[in-house]
Design a protein around this ligand. Structure first.
Ligand code: SAM
Length: 284
């Protein structure tokens, strides 16, 4: 059963419900029939697994997840889609659609109430205007999920999956790597969506780490330092950290010396271990 990726079916369904796409809500629905089955398989949906979906749209991914997972909870912000989802997902008794904004939802409570005794995973074709806030919300709140399998804009995927310590890495790469192992699974061209967005997409999987890979003395200081270093990556890390955190430059240079880094090192010279050691060596 995979009719919800068929363009004629989607158009007929949406016309019947008087629905018009909202650009501001990031509404691009999948019309490539191979994408959702691959995503459902990649996220580990199976018996004993509860899957949280963000932004079900008309339910094209939801129906795939529902066929394999023990339970699916899907949060949709656009209330115009609720009657559509009632129709498309009505046959599944293991799906619950919740009307709301994922960023304003208590996801810990939601998981506790719905996935008790199950392993949990997130799987979604994310609305691109909130990619980073959603991922950081899931990771920073330490939501008890084993993995997060999401479609994001290709450029975002490249950044999220970059090696920390390479030119492609940014502050978000460091943050994601601290909480999870990121890997790109496959690319999805713009023509796989209705309407077609201007950008290509990729599906990535974040496998959530049971514990951070580095020991930090002060997590908040580490993230403030990382933000400062990557905000102006052409500046030396010493200048960025000194200005951004208000620490005398001589103290920052002393910290760099203590971890064996040159005083003019820039962002791409630091891997995760060195960033952690740098933050731990800062005197604040
Ligand atoms: N899952 C469907 C698909 O793959 O075809 C739709 C994906 S579409 C890219 C993103 C969906 O997220 C839309 O249905 C949109 O209404 C919904 N959405 C946008 N912002 C949201 C938010 N803050 N919370 C929950 N859903 C949101």
């Amino acid at each position: 059963m995979n009719t919800l990726s068929d363009v004629a079916t989607i158009k007929e369904l949406l016309a019947r419900h008087g629905f018009r796409f909202s650009k501001s809500l990031g509404q691009n629905f999948i019309i490539d029939p191979t994408v959702c089955p691959r995503m459902a398989q990649s996220c580990g949906a199976g018996q004993g697994v509860g899957v949280l979906e963000i932004g079900p749209g008309i339910g094209v991914l939801t129906e795939q997840l529902a066929q394999f997972a023990e339970k699916v909870v899907a949060i949709e912000l656009d209330e115009r889609l609720l009657p559509v989802l009632d129709e498309t997902l009505g046959a599944f008794d293991n799906v619950r659609v919740i009307h709301g904004d994922v960023l304003k939802t208590d996801l810990h409570k939601l998981l506790e109430e719905n996935f008790f005794g199950m392993k949990a995973a997130v799987c979604a074709n994310l609305p691109y205007y909130i990619t980073s806030p959603v991922l950081m919300y899931l990771l920073e709140s330490r939501l008890p999920v084993e993995s997060i399998t999401v479609m994001v804009q290709k450029e975002a995927a490249d950044r999220l999956c970059a090696k920390v310590g390479s030119r492609d890495a940014g502050a978000v790469t460091v943050a994601v790597n601290y909480y999870a192992e990121a890997e790109k699974l496959f690319d999805v061209p713009a023509g796989s969506f209705l309407p077609a967005p201007k950008v290509n997409s990729s599906v990535i999987r974040l496998t959530v780490r049971p514990a951070p890979p580095v020991a930090l003395e002060d997590e908040a200081l580490f993230f403030r330092m990382v933000k400062a270093i990557f905000a102006q990556r052409r500046k030396t890390a010493a200048n960025s950290v000194s200005a951004g955190l208000g620490i005398p430059k001589s103290d920052v240079i002393a910290a760099l010396a203590a971890i064996g880094q040159e005083e003019n090192a820039r962002a791409e010279r630091f891997d995760l271990e060195q960033l952690a050691a740098f933050a731990n060596a800062l005197k604040i």
